[in-house]
Design a protein around this ligand. Structure first.
Ligand code: RIB
Length: 323
């Protein structure tokens, strides 16, 4: 699947298949992204001059949920917000996108936040402070069991306490809900949790950490061996500017990226994962889902911020038609 026209056609077909009664649940993080643009990212010990400070809605899990909802999939988010102005901004962003917020609690803590620097090539550095996200635990997730059970697919990442992630994964496994884990930010995870993963979404560095050895992105056999040694049968390996490799049904499929002039890549990986969640919930194979995900991530790179850069299904369709 190396032909871009073929990829666009597939992405359009997958887009049309979304939003026909399927449901996605995402459990995890939601952050206020305190963002400054600079010409170059600072080196350790260096001070650089930046533009105005902007506070934008983010958080890996909330970003995935917002992407999914904007594409037309019924989506529920389970997470914890602070009782502060950032909490209001983040809650409004979920609601505007059409995310079901019945599983969102407000706690007496500052909302999760990040410090983000974006350079003139759209690359970034991110420092995460968990805040209210740290209050998500096994009990608060268990209180939302029915939301998880009502979904076809559950999305998880590692910005939340592991006990909350494991609780959500266990509920999903018991209910036969497909669980997709984004292994980010890199965290030591017990094997018991990895065994609950149906679809793994990793970049090359994260896979190398999981595998415990260096890997070469050009060596498909080595990558496949690393995934199968770890026990994963369905996985998406994201390769940045080189697109993605999809493992499913014993086959490795290469999905090229959409080449765009990136303004800000913050949240593009989350847009990719959110699109995959939507596609898998609609019964699409991972490789077809990755065709849409690649387009949605490409569109997201064209504007500033994470959720602020995401487009709805109609706008993604226009991008596919005119790019
Ligand atoms: O992946 C991008 C996201 O990571 C940002 O929105 C930030 O909140 C951090 O969670």
């Amino acid at each position: 699947m190396t032909d871009i026209q073929n990829q666009k056609t597939t992405a359009r077909e997958v887009l049309a298949a979304l939003g026909h009664g399927e449901r996605v649940a995402v459990v995890g993080s939601i952050n206020a992204d305190l963002t400054v643009e600079t010409e170059q990212l600072p080196c350790p010990g260096e001070t650089v001059v930046g533009g105005p400070l902007e506070t934008l809605p983010g958080g890996k899990s909330a970003n995935q949920a917002v992407t999914c909802a904007l594409l037309g999939t019924a989506t529920s988010f389970i997470g914890a917000l602070g009782d502060d102005a950032h909490g209001d901004l983040l809650y409004q962003s979920l609601r505007r996108a059409g995310v079901d917020t019945a599983g969102v609690s407000r706690v007496n803590q500052p909302s999760g936040s990040t410090l983000i620097t974006v350079d003139s090539h759209g690359e970034n550095t991110i420092v995460y402070s968990a805040g209210a996200n740290a209050t998500l635990n096994a009990a608060s997730v268990a209180a939302q069991t029915e939301i998880i059970r009502g979904a076809q697919v559950l999305g998880l990442c590692l910005e939340s306490p592991l006990e909350a992630v494991a609780a959500a994964a266990t509920i999903a496994r018991e209910a036969g809900v497909t669980m997709a884990l984004n292994f980010s930010p890199i965290t030591k995870v017990p094997d018991s949790l990895l065994r609950l993963v149906d679809v793994l979404i990793v970049n090359e560095h994260e896979l190398a950490v999981l595998a415990g050895r260096p890997l070469d992105s050009g060596d498909a056999a080595g990558l496949r061996a690393a995934l199968s040694d770890l026990g994963f049968e369905r996985a998406v390996l994201t390769l940045g500017a080189d697109g993605a490799l999809v493992l499913e049904g014993g086959e490795f499929v290469s999905v090229p990226p959409f080449a765009v002039a990136a303004v800000d890549t913050t949240g593009c990986g989350d847009a990719f994962m959110g699109s995959l969640l939507a596609a898998v919930a609609a019964g699409e194979p991972l490789s077809r889902g990755a065709c849409l995900a690649s387009a949605v991530a490409g569109v997201a790179a064209l504007r500033k911020g994470a959720q602020a850069s995401y487009r709805n299904a109609r706008e993604v369709r226009e991008f596919l038609d005119f790019s």
